[in-house]
Ligand binder design. Sequence first.
Ligand code: UD1
Length: 416
Amino acid sequence: MDKLLIEGGVRLKGEIAISGAKNAALPLLCAALLTAEPVSFTNVPQLNDIRTLLRLLADMGVKVAHEGSTVTLDASALTNPVASYELVKTMRASILVLGPMLARFGEAKVSLPGGCAIGARPVDQHIKGLQAMGAEVSVDHGYVLAKSPRLKGVRLFTDMVTVTGTENLMMAACLADGTTVIENAAREPEVVDLANCLIAMGAQISGAGTDVIRIRGVERLHGTTHRIMPDRIETGTYLCAAAATGGDVRLLDTSSAYLDAVVDKLMDAGCDIVSERNAIHIKGPQRLKAVSLRTSPYPAFPTDMQAQFMAINCVAEGTAIIRETIFENRYMHAVELQRLGADIKIDGNTAFVTGVAKLQGAAVMATDLRASASLVIAGLVAEGETLVDRIYHLDRGYEKLEEKLAVLGARVRRTN
Ligand code: UD1
């Protein structure tokens, strides 16, 4: 199993390009199921989660052409309209095939994703929404079976803000009979990116980016070419790495437009950040100040940046209070950070992090994608060597991580 060996203590310096967003690419690739015409995507990140989804789509009969960062999907016919447990279990976002498959083919069979390291993460809202649109849904032997000759446009209200839930229902509604209104919709930029692509495919959608999205169903959608938006979480992660090391880094092909909450916190921590056209320039201070935060749906502070901010608070001056409100078990990185000498106390969904003058390198274990990123950041500032085990988590969501860090001067090496 691959591990990442990091020799800490280098100030990151230089320029790197940010990749396309994983969390935008996943629903967008599923949207290709909504049309019989080919759909092309550019700026697709080369990540394990993307490869898993492409394998799943190919397994279902979608023709996949993948060259570099361009992917063309042709879902003119599905030979096997089943999303099997083998592929779904490795990536929860596979549930995103449910809505489009049901809307276009009238039936779908998708394995339930099951639990994952950061909590139970049910899909009840996806199912409830499709049922409200007239689908017959049952769960049989671990599979969601959904049927409906044609979904009906209705008013939907989700119990909580759910990103993939909103995306699944928005995609399904594109081919429904009548108008669907999704209230309490997720406002994440990835939802807007998906809506923009669907509109280019002929869908009639308004309100994406607000908490009420209206979708007037159409008979069919057509092909298009869509460029995937920049990855705001990858951007935020490199901003944190630069901040923690007192670095001077320019991130290209990205924008601070989707990162207000994160940029604000980094400025509070003492960083100097300049937003440029399609780039962000950050300079970290000699020592960061502790910053407290509370995770919430967009546009508030993202749960996917919580672990990275815990890492920077480990070496900041003062005590930070972190509250995780989205997932119930998302502090698994805390014990690993403690192995590096961090001072962290957890009480339910609250973490108290008091900065120490120095972290010390040690062997640590990655537990999930963003937890792994926090360990890398901590390793970059720790004295001596940090060995991060189970970096397959990182390969799910960070394209060319060690290459990009090496460009910035970090001493990192993949070993096994
Ligand atoms: C997406 C992101 C993930 C991010 C998360 C929250 C993708 C592919 N993944 O995940 O990186 O951490 O948003 O910003 O975009 N919930 C239910 N029932 C449901 C759906 C959700 O109870 O049917 C709960 C979840 O358990 C969680 C909360 O709602 O507590 C938010 O989850 P959700 O927004 O759905 O997360 P994902 O879309 O899976």
